[in-house]
Design a protein around this ligand. Structure first.
Ligand code: ZN
Length: 677
């Protein structure tokens, strides 16, 4: 997995309506818009003001380089996206009719969806949007009462010719129904309306690239990553994305701003940026590899970025890179947290509640880098990942490794905006639990994840003669359980208070209450009725919660409570529960260390898989009644250079409040591609 999506890391999010300990942040308005199945949020760039001027300036230039790529993504998604978007925007800004009526609201909603998806197909589901207003209203009312001189007619010759194309594109459900179809059809290129191929069949495209990669090349070039493949007059050829080639107008701007960035960057980052520029100018993929290697090796520069044709999910043949950019800098505060944990790795190992024979004599904690996003663009905007792991070329990953980061301020925005969505009120029975979760939920989630990642997976050792792999298909669930238990156990340890990572045991109480509730019931909201739990992180949570429930039954550590026809699960004894986590860790570590397949299988099969259908149905119904939007995206802050006597003296950051304004602003100021490319 190259991108960590929200869905992939629900482990620490969802189901635990997340919260933060800081009352300060309540004043910040996280959610600024909501329509259809989407909510639009803002994120805060903590620490930007405190950065040295040089880093701020670097971020400013990288931010400009990012914003100029927006049109590319629209065009890559579908060849008429820019024509539709520009026409809709012309109408939106010049229509002289009634803007109070329901039809106009439907039109505005459609435009918001097109902006969000970077085109006329859903960003996640890939299906074409069906406008809720009529074709008749569009043509006879909106078009008729708008300034058609603003319409993007240049590629079509006339307004009529433009409408002849885009009206069926928008309104005929049979035309271009899906952006991406990857299976179940004779020809995935014919079935998909993405704009990476034109005029040729799947077979022809596959044959074109099949002959390219040299057999046994240990460092294979990612052929096709930065081009559109076209068949015209019987000839198949690539239109390469480069300065002087396809998307030249946008890439020239990107290059211009990257060169500015290189001008203020320090080595080795300066050379890395210039390598990227060289690649954009030539289209030479070998240079892109060289850039990626330099980029991967540079783990020291505080400011970092992604900028390029990157992820191939939008190509049914998995070859073409969607343009994206994320500008970021290291989060000092959050990274301090993981460094502190990492620095004390040996102490945690030495005190782990496991058989001393299975403790590692010498343990090295992993210090996961945590970053703050400063700008999101292209494929990463407005919908964005909460973690990145790049580059994608397998041979580079093997020879040079990769960079894996989590984006703290995006996670924070998701968590903060989930506050008050009614989840806690619906599922957390006791007021004291709700209050603790509200106060300590986020810090508990983050620390649990940190310990899980930095220490949990790396802890312990195998018994002599055990090779690993003995646990077969149960291994990933048991491994996740081992890492989670390590985190849960230590979250309630005095040591964390001593290290200054938590104020008190209350953080553990908040996390324990959430974790048990999630494992035993609320996580089922993401599983279809009648299905089992199959995903390993979800199995692990159910396994831990159910096992502790049973082990603590006599002492009533965890309790099911029925109230007003609703089911709740509560923790009565947090200290005892922590002991149970330790006891279970002892056993799960033993199973791993000894490679005890039968014991591992018994645990997973008994506790982790089957859901009580009555409870499952109830959870689904209660969750649906909350009406929580399934998709989120973000608008960016605005950066402005402050100059005195022609010299940059500061960079200002502002947080705009309007989704519509940002979209129109970008279209006005960062849009120079032809309507048809
Ligand atoms: Zn894990």
């Amino acid at each position: 997995m190259k991108k960590l999506t929200l869905f992939a890391i629900m482990a620490t999010l969802m189901a635990t309506a997340m919260t933060s300990c800081s009352g300060e942040q309540n004043k910040f308005q996280w959610q600024i818009d909501s329509f259809d199945d989407i909510k639009v949020l803002r994120y805060q760039v903590h620490g930007f003001e405190e950065l040295p001027l040089q880093q701020k300036e670097l971020i400013y230039y990288l931010n400009q380089a990012a914003l100029w790529g927006r049109d590319i993504m629209f065009d890559q998604n579908f060849k008429y996206n820019l024509a539709v978007r520009r026409t809709l925007e012309a109408i939106y800004t010049s229509y002289q009719g009634d803007k109070e009526c329901e039809e106009w609201a439907k039109f505005e909603k459609y435009l918001k969806k097109v902006w969000f998806a970077n085109g006329i197909h859903h960003h996640y589901g890939n299906d074409k949007f069906a406008p809720e207003f009529t074709e008749e209203y569009f043509v006879n009312e909106l078009v008729a009462k708008s300034n058609t001189e603003l319409f993007p007619t240049e590629a079509f010759g006339s307004k009529e010719a433009l409408l002849d194309v885009i009206v069926p594109v928008m309104f005929d459900p049979a035309l271009y129904p899906s952006r991406l179809v990857q299976a179940g059809v004779d020809d995935v290129l014919k079935a998909s309306s993405m704009n990476y191929y034109e005029g040729l069949t799947q077979k022809e495209a596959e044959a074109f690239y099949a002959g390219m990669a040299a057999i046994n090349d240990p460092r294979p070039i990612s052929y096709g990553l930065n081009s559109k493949l076209v068949k015209k007059d019987g000839k198949i050829y690539e239109q390469t994305y480069k300065v002087g080639g396809m998307y030249s107008e946008a890439l020239e701007q990107i290059v211009y701003w990257l060169e500015k960035a290189a001008g203020v960057a320090e080595e080795p980052q300066k050379s890395t940026i210039l390598k990227l520029v060289e690649y954009y100018k030539s289209g030479n993929l070998r240079l892109f590899d060289e850039f990626n290697i330099a980029w991967t090796k540079d783990t020291a520069s505080p400011v970092d970025f992604v900028n390029g044709f990157t992820e191939d999910y939008g190509d049914p043949l998995g070859r073409k890179g969607a343009w994206e950019s994320i500008v970021n800098f290291k989060s000092v505060e959050a990274s301090r947290r993981t460094e502190l944990i990492s620095d004390n790795a040996q102490w945690f190992e030495d005190h782990a509640p496991i058989n001393p024979a299975f403790r590692k004599a010498e343990v090295k904690g992993v210090s996961a880098k945590v970053i703050t996003a400063a700008t999101l663009a292209g494929d990463a905007y407005p919908a964005t990942p909460i973690g990145i792991n790049l580059p994608n070329a397998d041979w580079i990953r093997k020879e040079h490794g990769s960079k894996s980061v989590t984006i703290d301020n995006i996670t924070e925005a998701y968590a903060e905006s989930a506050k008050g969505n009614g989840f806690d009120e619906e599922f957390v029975l006791r007021k004291e639990d709700r209050e603790r979760i509200n106060k300590y939920g986020s810090i508990g989630d983050n620390l649990h994840t940190d310990i899980h990642e930095c220490l949990g997976h790396g802890s312990g050792q195998l018994a002599p003669g055990v090779k690993g792999g003995e646990l077969g298909k149960y291994s990933s669930t048991l491994e996740e359980a081992r890492a989670d238990l390590f985190g849960l156990y230590y979250l309630g340890d005095e040591k964390l208070v001593e290290l200054g990572l938590v104020p008190s045991f209350d953080v553990a109480k908040a996390q324990y209450a959430e974790y048990i509730m999630n494992g035993m019931m609320t996580q089922f909201s993401r599983i279809e009725l009648g299905k089992d739990v199959v995903e390993s992180h979800m199995q692990n949570r159910k396994l831990i919660a159910e096992w502790c429930y049973e082990q603590g039954k006599e002492e009533n550590v965890i309790e099911w409570i029925k109230q007003d026809g609703k089911t709740y699960v509560v923790v009565n004894d947090f200290e005892k529960l922590r002991e149970l986590f330790g006891k279970m860790l002892y056993e799960v570590q033993r199973i791993k260390s000894e490679g005890d397949f039968e014991a591992g299988k018994a645990l997973v099969e008994k506790y982790a898989v089957k859901i009580d259908p009555e409870l499952h149905k109830e959870v689904l119904e209660r969750y649906a009644s909350l009406n929580i939007k399934p998709y989120s995206g973000f608008i960016n802050p605005i950066y402005t250079l402050v100059e005195e006597d022609g010299k940059v003296v500061d960079v200002k950051i502002e947080y705009p409040l309007s989704y519509i304004e940002q979209m129109l602003y970008y279209s006005e100021n960062y849009s120079n591609l032809p309507t048809i490319n």
